[in-house]
Design a protein around this ligand. Structure first.
Ligand code: SAH
Ligand code: SF4
Ligand code: F3S
Length: 451
């Protein structure tokens, strides 16, 4: 049986796309492997959001292609955002690569790789073939119609990602995603409900809905009883018997209306966590980022959400060193962080991306200052994260048990409604079940407790 290894960089959307591709290989009889020495087909799903993510993927592929011990027939392919963005240029970076497939061509990946592999195996070749140089990066008008909606049936898995919208129409001045993922398209609600029902029938307890601006889902549809299409979708999914938890990522302050705030008061399956990118605490920088909201609007939304759901955990994304960011702008970001008290924050040093407005701005911030602000802000966010977790010691949290802990396979690990990893140090629990855990200890990231 031939085997395929898929390595994924980037966001949950990429994880979900990789899963779709994996399920096509699996359905055709391929084995999924994590062992580099074993794979006959090697695929890397790439991210372009920061330069580092691209360099990592290119470096990894270069290293794989250069392995003297590799099977001579191995097929190498890139998929995802960097493929879409760089296209043919990738063949010059890593000449051994056979396939470059863009973000709307996942449904072709299996077929091309399989054809290449079969022909090479049929030829009984004993040394590496020249690259196949296949490229498919055309964007399709149909968008989702070409998507496979298969999920891997991995038994024992209890949560799943479900794409509800693709692409992005926002064009934040720093961001490459609109050019790698195309315009925003929402899937029909009935298809999403059917997909989640199917997942639940296979034992899935938790789904995370994915979209670049997930709360803009179906925005052309207008309001019904004061509720937008996204909240109506949440309600429809909430009604599915056997589904225990509902999450979504990532929302944007634009289009975050009262109906979604209110949803936290009457949808108990909606988890007490929101990953809500703030990007900056300075209105001047937000404007330059083309993020059309004031920091005060963002803060007011966080406060309204916490009023609707008092135990809500809020995590965020922040960019430091955006062009023109002064010490004063940075201080405004620190002040906003102190005010919201985020449970966790991902801090990114601004990375200029090709084709974006911000990359051409004159006042690029020196690397040394980006580094310094990154370090300073991390100290603040880490201190707050530890304090937020300490406040949970002594409380009871219901966790969804996911499986053995990565750091210690003798212990089980799960996640709380607030999306915090919880390691069970005492007591029994079954994978896939929801159990109350008494929290005894914590770090800034993980909680420890007994059933
Ligand atoms: N669609 C999501 C974000 C997707 S990208 C949203 O708008 O909320 C994930 C995060 O990467 C962004 O929130 C942003 O903080 C960061 N990011 C995007 N482009 C970046 C760049 N050029 N440099 C540094 N960080 C960036
Ligand atoms: Fe990028 Fe902005 Fe779209 Fe998010 S909303 S994907 S940051 S352009
Ligand atoms: Fe990266 Fe593409 Fe996601 S650029 S963050 S993998 S949408």
């Amino acid at each position: 049986m031939p085997s395929v290894l898929i390595k994924t960089y980037g966001c949950q959307m990429n994880e979900r796309d990789s899963e779709q591709v994996a399920s096509m290989f699996r359905a055709a009889g391929y084995e999924l492997t994590a062992d580099e020495a074993e794979a006959d087909v090697y695929l890397i799903n790439t991210c372009s959001v920061r330069e580092k993510a691209e360099l990592k993927a290119l470096g990894k592929m270069g290293q794989l292609c250069a392995r003297p011990e590799a099977k001579p027939w191995t097929v190498y392919g890139f998929m995802g955002c960097m493929s879409q963005s760089l296209g043919e240029a990738i063949f010059r970076e890593v000449p051994r690569v056979d396939l470059v497939a863009g973000t709307q061509q996942y449904h072709h990946v299996y077929e091309i790789c399989n054809r290449l592999l079969r022909s090479r195996l049929g030829m009984h070749i004993d040394r590496p073939l020249r690259r196949g140089a296949h490229i498919c990066t055309t964007a399709t008008e149909e968008g989702f119609q070409n998507m496979v909606t298969e999920h891997l049936d991995d038994g024992g898995k209890c949560s799943a990602f479900v794409s509800i919208a693709q692409g992005c129409d926002m064009h934040c001045s720093y961001c490459i995603v609109p050019s790698t993922r195309g315009p925003e398209v929402s899937r029909p609600a009935a298809d999403i409900v059917a997909e989640v029902r199917e997942l639940v029938s296979r034992g899935i307890k938790e789904v995370t809905l994915l979209g670049q601006i997930v709360n803009r889902y179906g925005r052309q549809e207008g309001l019904v009883d004061g509720k937008g299409a996204f909240v109506r979708l949440l309600e429809a999914l909430h009604d599915i018997e056997g589904l225990e938890r509902l999450r979504y990522t990532s929302p944007h302050p634009i289009g975050f209306r009262e109906d979604l705030v209110q949803a936290y008061t009457y949808l108990p399956k909606l988890c007490s966590h929101i990953h809500f990118p703030m990007q900056s605490g300075s209105d001047r920088i937000l404007r330059a980022m083309y993020r059309p909201y004031k920091n005060e609007t963002y803060l007011a939304l966080c406060e309204a959400l916490r009023a609707a759901r008092p135990d809500l955990a809020i995590t965020t994304d922040i960019i430091v060193g955006f062009p023109g960011e002064t010490d004063e702008d940075f201080a405004a970001t620190v002040a906003a962080v102190e005010r919201v008290q985020f449970d966790n924050a991902f801090i990114f040093k601004y990375s200029p991306r090709r084709g974006t407005v911000a990359a051409g701005l004159p006042d690029q911030v020196p690397a040394r200052i980006k580094e310094q602000r990154n370090h300073e802000l991390l100290e603040v966010t880490n201190r707050i994260a530890v304090a937020r977790n300490r406040a949970l010691v002594g409380t009871q949290q219901v966790i969804l048990v996911e499986g053995p802990s990565k750091s210690n396979p003798d212990r089980l690990q799960g996640r709380s409604s607030q999306n915090k990893p919880v390691i069970i140090t005492e007591g029994q629990a079954e994978v896939g079940s929801l159990v109350p855990v008494q929290i005894r200890e914590c770090t800034g990231f993980t909680l420890y407790g007994s059933v």
